[in-house]
Design a protein around this ligand. Structure first.
Ligand code: SAH
Ligand code: SF4
Length: 405
C-alpha cells in the first residue's frame, strides 16, 4: 500500500480534498502507452514480443487487471508476469497516463487538471482539461473528448478555441486513470470503501459524437466490469445535437444521453448552437424520441443554460414543456458560467426559480445545476486550453520533418 493510499479520505466530503498533494512525476510517453488497449490489442502486443498464442489471452487478462483494477503505473508492478516478459514489454511500451501539466483545486473541492498530450508529428503539445467534482453522495469526473471544439456555441468558452484534434480512446481512458491515481481511488479495494469517482460525464472540451469511435471504445473500457467498472448507467454523454450519431450512440455506446437544448425556437437555437442550422429542433427531437432504450427509468437529460433576457422567460419555460411532450425527460437548468470576453450574463436567481417552477409543475424533475469550480474556471463551458490549431503551412513543415527523420 502506498503512502498516498494510506491517507485516502474515507468519505466523499468536499472539504477533504482541499489539501494539496505534490504532483507525481509523469513521464511524457516517448514510447506508446498500453492504456486504452482492448484485450485483443493487448494479445497482439504480447504476440509481438514472442508470447506463444496459447498464453496470449491469459497474459492479456493479467495486464488488463493490473492496469485497470490495481492501477499499475509501470510493468514492474505487474508481478503476475515473468521478469523477462515485463522487461520485453517495457522496452517498447509504457503504462503512462496523459501528463498532468497543472492541477488546480477550487474552494469547493473541485479539481481541474490541465493535461498535456503529444502534438501532431512531434509538434507542440496539445492541452485539454479534466475536472473532478466531489459531492456528498457521488463524485463525478468530467472528461474531454477533443482538444477544443469545431462547433462555435456562442456562450461556450471551448467553442472559441479552434479544434486541434480528436482524443484517442487511450487518452479518454487515461483521464479516468490519472484521476484515480491522483485521488488514491485505485486503493479503494484495500479499504473496502466507496470509490470517489462514481460517475462520469462526457461534458468537458469537445463534441463527443464527432469523435464517435474513440469515445465508444474508450467508454467500453471504462465500463468493463472486470476493470475500471463504472457502469454505463453512471456515464452520461452530452451532445450539442449531432443527429445522425444519436441513434448510433444509443445502440453502440449505451450510455445515458444528455442533449444541450438551450432554446425552444430554431431562430434562437441557430444563434446559440449553430449546429442547429444543420440539424434543426424537429430532427433533434425526433432522434431523441427514437433513442434506443428510452423509458421512464432511462430518461434523456435536456440541458438548458440560463441566459439573462435571452432564453429565460416564463413563456420559454412553457414552450420547453410543450416541446418535450411525450419524451421521457429530465431538464437540467445550468446557470450560465461567464468567461473572459463572453457576451452573455447569467439569469437572475429569481428568474431561474420561476422557470424551474413551471417546468417542475409540468411534471419534470428540473434540478438547477450548482456551478462548481467557478473560481478555477472549471465549471461547464469555461474550459479552454491555450492550444491553437497549427496553420496548414506549419503542419506540412512538421510532417515533412517527421518523414525525413
Ligand atoms: N459538446 C458537448 C459536451 C460539452 S459542453 C455539448 O455541447 O453538449 C457541456 C455542457 O456545458 C453543455 O450542455 C454546454 O451547452 C454547457 N455549457 C457550455 N458553455 C457553458 C457556459 N458558459 N455556462 C454554462 N454551461 C455551458
Ligand atoms: Fe462545443 Fe459543446 Fe462548447 Fe458547443 S457547448 S462549443 S458543442 S463544447
Amino acid at each position: 500500500m502506498t503512502a498516498l493510499a494510506a491517507t485516502r479520505p474515507k468519505t466523499v466530503a468536499a472539504a477533504s480534498f482541499i489539501e494539496k498533494r505534490p504532483l507525481e512525476r509523469y513521464i511524457a510517453p516517448a514510447k506508446p502507452s498500453l492504456v486504452g488497449f482492448s484485450r485483443a490489442a493487448l494479445a497482439q502486443v504480447l504476440a509481438a514480443v514472442g508470447v506463444p498464442e496459447r498464453q496470449q489471452r491469459m497474459r492479456a487478462q493479467q495486464i488488463w487487471q493490473g492496469l485497470y483494477v490495481r492501477g499499475a503505473q509501470s510493468f514492474a508492478e505487474l508481478t503476475t508476469l515473468s521478469k523477462d516478459l515485463r522487461a520485453a514489454l517495457a522496452e517498447r511500451w509504457t503504462l503512462a497516463r496523459p501528463e498532468i501539466a497543472a492541477e488546480q483545486i477550487s474552494v469547493d473541492g473541485t479539481r481541474k487538471w490541465l493535461l498535456r498530450l503529444p502534438g501532431e508529428f512531434g509538434g507542440p503539445p496539445h492541452e485539454v482539461e479534466c475536472v473532478y467534482i466531489p459531492d456528498t453522495d457521488r463524485g463525478t469526473l468530467c472528461l474531454s473528448s477533443q482538444v477544443g471544439c469545431t462547433l462555435n456555441c456562442s456562450f461556450c468558452h471551448t467553442g472559441t478555441q479552434r479544434l486541434v484534434r480528436n482524443l484517442t480512446a487511450g487518452e479518454i481512458v487515461g483521464q479516468v486513470m490519472l484521476a484515480r491515481d491522483r485521488l488514491g481511488d485505485f486503493s479503494v479495494v484495500a479499504f473496502g470503501d466507496k470509490r470517489l469517482i462514481s460517475n462520469i460525464v462526457m461534458m468537458g472540451m469537445g463534441e463527443p459524437l464527432y469523435n464517435f469511435e474513440a469515445v465508444r471504445d474508450g467508454l467500453d473500457i471504462v465500463a468493463d466490469g472486470d476493470g475500471l467498472s463504472i457502469s454505463k448507467r453512471r456515464i452520461t454523454l452530452s451532445t450539442s445535437g449531432v443527429v445522425p450519431n444519436i441513434g448510433r450512440a444509443g445502440a453502440e455506446i449505451g450510455a445515458m444521453l444528455a442533449v444541450s437544448l438551450h432554446a425552444v425556437t430554431d431562430e434562437l437555437r441557430d444563434e446559440l448552437v449553430p449546429l442547429n442550422r444543420k440539424y434543426p429542433l424537429r430532427d433533434l427531437l425526433d432522434a431523441c424520441r427514437n433513442y434506443p432504450g428510452l423509458s421512464n427509468a432511462r430518461r434523456i437529460t435536456f440541458e438548458y443554460v440560463m441566459l439573462r433576457g435571452v432564453n429565460d422567460s416564463p413563456a420559454d419555460a412553457r414552450a420547453l414543456v410543450r416541446l418535450l411532450k411525450g419524451i421521457p425527460a429530465k431538464i437540467n437548468l445550468i446557470p450560465f458560467n461567464p468567461w473572459p470576453g463572453s457576451q452573455y450574463e447569467c439569469s437572475d436567481w429569481k428568474q431561474i426559480e420561476k422557470f424551474s417552477e413551471i417546468v417542475f409543475n409540468a411534471g419534470y424533475a428540473s434540478p438547477v445545476r450548482t456551478p462548481r469550480g467557478r473560481d478555477i474556471l472549471a465549471a461547464c463551458g469555461q474550459l479552454k486550453s491555450a492550444t491553437e490549431k497549427l496553420s496548414a503551412r506549419e503542419r506540412l513543415a512538421l510532417r515533412a520533418m517527421a518523414l525525413t527523420d
